[in-house]
Every structure is written in structure tokens, then in C-alpha cells.
Ligand binder design. Structure first.
Ligand SMILES: Cc1ncc(COP(=O)(O)O)c(C=O)c1O
Length: 383
């Protein structure tokens, strides 16, 4: 059996989304910047897509900038806002559990002379308003805190954090790449000024994302050239991707309640069984303020990598921490931030459940995992 429990790394394209994308790869292939009839048809669809995305997110169509994904959106927003507003202020705040594309963007700014400060997450993996209040001041240009953490699935109180940023005259950005379809993001209600999304995290295509930029915020572009996206992001519009992302986002909002119920039932069943049938397990991060698709489990006395490889040989895909850092064998900065001791930092597996998982797959995984853990523990030098 093949089981995919790595939906936090990426999701399978929903066949309904593929069907909506196909015409844009075949008949409707015009360049949305061209003034011939195919180009103009593409342009109209692009404008429609912006309206549809803005409506779902509770923002304005003009704020929707399509990018190649959340990495690009985060780079554009963090660096672009800092560079365009540096005459006034010099301080940037990000949390210490951000995705590397946010952290490295901030590190680049630090090397360029900006003051970068890290708001720490607590032991539950949450960034609290109190922690932000301790380090924010009137020098702060931008506060960036992720809506949902990619490794442990914890959910931050974005509205409360945004409110504090605004009290100090700073902009608030959230990397919401892991938030859809789990949270009902509403830009206006939550007080979000800037937001990043990625299509492939919610059953849409890879290589397309959104940088939402509220009207009036100055941003220095990363990409210059043809002047697309109101000069904020040059490059030919990826219309198949954009139409796919838009439809995938609509499905996520429309089917949200049933989806959440389904993944929660699978995850809770999985956890209840493995916790009963395998000794020495613990969950990393808050279990209440957490998306229902994520389970990050500590396995005492075994290396996470060994579990991952063993399960992979049995046809099961999981990950240790985030897939994005799999090539880099450093201990997870998220697990370090929430205070795991050194000997526990490499004993974790992230199981992330999704739309296409079945109960039969979960039962197969439980059986395989029990065998894997038993075998690995039998010759583990760590007791
Ligand atoms: C929280 C978070 N931000 C950003 C990204 C990067 O997104 P993309 O793959 O669209 O560049 C990811 C992907 O893993 C993520 O989980």
C-alpha cells in the first residue's frame, strides 16, 4: 500500500483543480500582458481570479499579487517593505519559529544594517501577544509572525498580534502558507496588512502563490522587467497556475467544515492508537491550538530519520520537521525554540494528514509504525 502522510510538505493536485487548469495550458494560452484577443481573454481571467481570491480572503483585488509561491511572497514582503520604508524606521521583528524563507530574508536585512529581533515562541509553540509587546517599539517597520507553523501545526492569534503591531505604527505580515484550508483567513477582520500563500499546500498547483499587499504600503520589487503586477512583480503571468490556485482556494473555503472534521477524525484515531500501542511517545507543541492535520511526535530512543526511511521503504511518506529543511541535517529550529532537550531533537516525525487519506491507509501505517519502532528500538544504543 502507498500512504502519503506528508501533506504539510505538499499536497496532491485535486483532479477538479487540474480540470480547471487544463484549458489555460491548451486553448487559452494567451499572454495576459498582450493586447491581442487571446492575451485580452487571459487578462480578463486574471482580473477575475484576483477578485475571487480577494473575496475569499476578505481583501481588495488590487492587493492580490501572484508570485511563484510562498518563498517568493515572503522574500518580496519582508525585504520589499523594509527596503521601501527604511527612511522612517529600521527595525524588523519576526518570530523564532518562522519558515527559513522568512528567517533568511530577515537575516539578509540584518546584514544590510537593519535591526532584526526575534519574538520567541513559548514551550507550546505559540507566539503570544505578551512576548511581542516586550520587544516592539516605535522603530519597528514590520512584524512578521506565521499563522500556522509548518513543523508542529500550532496556530497563532494573528488578530491579537496584528493589533499590537498597529499600536506601534508597524505593518503586520503573516506567512499563511500552512493556514489554508485550516483557518478562515479574513484579512480585514484580522487586521492583516501583508500575507503570503502557496497553492501547493491546499491541493492546488506548485509554483504559484500570493503576496497580498494592502493598498498604500510601499514595497520595493524583487523582480524587475516587464512591469507586471503594477510593477511589483515582473514576469509573464502563470495563468494555468493562477486559475488553479484560485479554484483550489474556493474549494478549500467551501469544503472547509467537512474537510476539518475528516482529517481530525483520522489524526485523532491515529494518535489514540499509536499512543496506546507504542510506548514512550509525546506530541510536540500545543494540542489545542493546532491544525487538525498535524501530528508531530517524539519517539524516545530512536532517530527520526531512521523511522522515516523505514516507513518510506514500506510505502509510507512522512517527514522529520519540515520537508524544506530535509537536505540540511541541522536540528529543527522550531523544536529547539520550544525547548526540547538536545537528546530529543532528532527523534521526531511529522505526520500530516490530508484530503485523500483513508482509514485503511491509517490502519496500515499504524501496523507498519509499530513494527518499525519495535525493530529500531531493539538495536538502539540510546535507551
Ligand atoms: C510556512 C511556510 N512558509 C513558506 C513555505 C514555502 O512555500 P513555497 O513552497 O510555496 O515556496 C512553506 C513550504 O513548506 C511553508 O510551510
Amino acid at each position: 500500500m502507498k500512504v502519503y502522510l506528508d501533506n504539510g510538505a505538499t499536497t496532491r493536485l485535486d483532479p477538479r483543480v487540474l480540470a480547471k487548469m487544463r484549458p489555460y495550458l491548451t486553448e487559452k494560452y494567451g499572454n495576459a500582458s498582450a493586447i491581442n484577443y487571446l492575451g485580452q481573454a487571459a487578462y480578463l481571467d486574471l482580473m477575475e481570479a484576483k477578485k475571487r481570491v480577494a473575496k475569499l480572503l476578505g481583501g481588495e483585488p488590487a492587493g492580490v499579487i501572484f508570485t511563484s509561491g510562498a518563498t517568493e511572497a515572503n522574500n518580496l514582503i519582508i525585504k520589499g517593505v523594509a527596503l521601501a520604508n527604511q527612511a522612517k524606521r529600521k527595525k524588523i521583528i519576526i518570530s523564532n519559529i518562522e519558515h527559513p524563507c522568512v528567517r533568511e530574508s530577515a537575516n539578509e536585512l540584518a546584514r544590510a544594517g537593519f535591526q532584526v529581533e526575534f519574538v520567541p515562541a513559548n514551550s507550546e509553540g505559540l507566539v503570544t501577544p505578551e512576548a511581542l509587546r516586550k520587544i516592539i517599539d516605535k522603530e519597528t517597520i514590520l512584524v512578521s509572525v506565521m499563522a500556522v507553523n509548518n513543523e508542529i501545526g500550532t496556530i497563532n492569534d494573528i488578530a491579537a498580534l496584528a493589533k499590537i503591531a498597529h499600536q506601534y505604527g508597524a505593518y503586520f505580515h503573516t506567512d499563511a502558507a500552512q493556514a489554508i484550508p485550516y483557518l478562515k483567513i479574513d484579512i480585514k477582520k484580522m487586521g492583516i496588512d501583508l500575507l503570503s500563500l502557496s497553492g501547493h499546500k491546499f491541493y492546488g498547483p506548485k509554483g504559484v502563490g500570493v503576496a497580498y499587499i494592502k493598498k498604500g504600503i510601499k514595497v520595493k520589487p524583487l523582480m524587475v522587467g516587464g512591469g507586471q503586477e503594477n510593477n511589483l512583480r515582473s514576469g509573464t503571468y502563470n495563468l494555468p497556475g493562477i486559475m488553479g490556485l484560485t479554484f483550489a482556494l474556493e474549494l478549500a473555503y467551501k469544503e472547509r467544515a467537512a474537510y476539518l472534521k475528516r482529517v481530525k477524525a483520522l489524526r485523532d484515531y491515529f494518535w489514540q492508537r499509536i499512543n496506546q500501542e507504542i510506548s514512550g511517545l509525546k506530541i510536540n507543541g500545543s494540542m489545542t491550538k493546532r491544525i487538525p492535520a498535524n501530528l508531530n511526535v517524539q519517539f524516545t530512543s530512536i532517530e527520526g530519520e531512521a523511522i522515516l526511511m523505514d516507513l518510506s521503504h514500506k510505502g509510507i511518506c512522512v517527514s522529520t520537521g519540515s520537508a524544506c529543511s530535509a537536505a540540511n541535517l541541522q536540528a529543527s529550529h522550531v523544536l529547539t525554540a520550544i525547548g526540547l532537550s538536545k537528546n530529543l531533537l532528532n527523534s521526531n516525525i511529522r505526520f500530516s494528514f490530508g484530503r485523500f487519506n483513508t482509514k485503511a491507509e491509517i490502519n496500515y501505517t499504524i501496523k507498519a509504525l509499530k513494527e518499525t519502532v519495535k525493530r529500531l528500538r531493539s538495536f538502539s544504543p540510546i535507551k
